[in-house]
Write a protein that binds this ligand. Structure first.
Ligand code: TRH
Length: 388
């Protein structure tokens, strides 16, 4: 019999939490035939990445997933056999008590944030007993190596991307209301947090010898763009030209269309967690802006991914990638943006070639969805044996 799963997602800010929870929920249903309920405390945020979501519905079915509004107080609910707490969101107390009253209790897993830091593998899968209730929570760490929880990727992702590339991107651009690229044009997508390095990057693009088109889905970076362009807040559909740079403001896309944008661009500026992984799966170069944290903790995450990502690049290309990523993340002791961009441009061919290789290599980490199902099912089996 297929197991039942509850995924709890508390949207802290931005779209990464719900983006990952939704990707996982869809994968569990589509690829493993599981019965999944997804509890979300901010349905309007969910609707931005998946417009079919009704932000007012207490319960709805979408892509085979039962989506429930996570409201307070939490109505009495029979817990599922597997309970996923996304990113340490605290489960409702009444639900925890209901879990502890079940025999055997559910398999309880905290899905952690992704990091390339070396300590991740040692912490993956560790148990933590609840201080009061007879429950054990397990920590599941996504990661870039086979000894971690792996990375989210649909089983047919590579195939869909290859079909998209084979078909050519002109239909996609037309749907967005944008001309197909000219032969010497360079296309960049830009998804970013507010960033003091942005004006210098835009200056460098405006001065580039080749035309650069930058596609910006509406979001947190817009006020800075407005300031640089000296225009009132630009809206989706607007186009602005400054020197070699043509800027298109796009509506915020649904998650699948955003993937296509990453596949269609030559370079993708991404942020946080989910878009960073999607850009790596896109097999094009990327520049990652880590989610800013207190005491610059995110710089460690950035360096860890850089070490991992650049290990197969030649020295000059590795330096060009590191320089641009580090400057974009405000790290000290890096050249100015104009020099970082020029260095990156100088190594572009090697970096592009490497992105394909990296994408293929990434699969070695394993599919997070498959690993999570194996992990939970092993625990479910063990529970049956230890609770006859
Ligand atoms: O939105 P984010 O900044 O999310 C962040 C990080 O995940 C961070 O780790 C977390 O701690 C913080 O939130 C609270 O970036 P991320 O992770 O890339 O998530 C963005 C999601 O939005 C992703 O699923 C892709 C999706 N997206 C669209 O669906 N359409 C779009 O147009 C764009 C730009 C993104």
């Amino acid at each position: 019999m297929r197991s039942t799963w509850d995924i709890f997602c508390n949207v802290v800010d931005n779209y990464g939490d719900i983006g990952i929870a939704w990707r996982l929920a869809r994968g569990l249903v589509k690829e493993h035939g599981l019965a999944v309920r997804l509890w979300v405390d901010d349905l309007p945020a969910f609707q931005r990445i998946w417009p079919a979501i009704d932000p007012d519905a207490a319960e709805q079915s979408c892509e085979g997933v039962t989506v429930r509004a996570w409201r307070s107080p939490f109505a009495a609910t029979e817990p599922a056999q597997v309970v996923i707490e996304a990113f340490g969101c605290a489960l409702p107390e009444s639900y925890l008590v209901a879990m502890s009253g079940q025999s055997p209790p559910p398999v309880w897993i905290n899905l952690e944030y992704l990091s390339a830091e070396p300590w991740v593998a040692a912490h993956h899968g560790l148990p933590s007993p609840h201080p009061r209730l007879p429950l054990t929570k397990y920590f599941f760490f996504p990661g870039y190596t086979p000894d971690t929880g792996g990375l989210l990727a649909e089983a047919d992702l590579a195939e869909r991307r290859a079909a998209f590339v084979r078909a050519g991107t002109s239909v996609f651009w037309r749907q967005l209301g944008i001309d197909a690229p000219q032969s010497n044009e360079f296309r960049v997508s830009l998804f970013a947090y507010e960033n003091p390095a942005l004006p210098a990057l835009l200056d460098a693009w405006a001065a580039d010898p080749r035309p650069i088109t930058c596609l910006v889905p509406e979001g947190r970076i817009i006020p800075q763009l407005a300031a640089w362009l000296s225009v009132p807040s630009p809206r989706a559909g607007e186009v602005h030209q400054r020197g070699a740079l043509r800027l298109h403001i796009l509506p915020f896309l649904n998650q699948d269309a955003y993937d296509q944008l990453l596949w269609a661009c030559d370079l993708n500026f991404v942020r946080g967690e989910d878009s960073c992984v999607r850009a790596q799966w896109a097999a094009h170069p990327l520049v990652w802006q880590a989610y800013p944290q207190a005491d610059e903790v995110h710089w460690e995450k950035l360096n860890a991914l850089l070490v991992h990502y650049t290990q197969g690049l030649n020295d000059a290309a590795a330096q060009a990638v590191s320089g641009l990523w580090r400057h974009w993340n405000g790290m000290p002791d890096v050249d100015d943006m104009a020099a970082c961009w020029a260095a990156w441009r100088g190594q572009q061919a090697a970096i592009e070639q490497y992105a394909e290789f990296w994408c293929a290599r990434l699969s070695l980490a394993g599919s997070l969805t498959d690993k999570l199902v194996d992990f939970a099912e092993n625990k479910l089996k063990f529970r049956v044996f230890s609770n006859p």
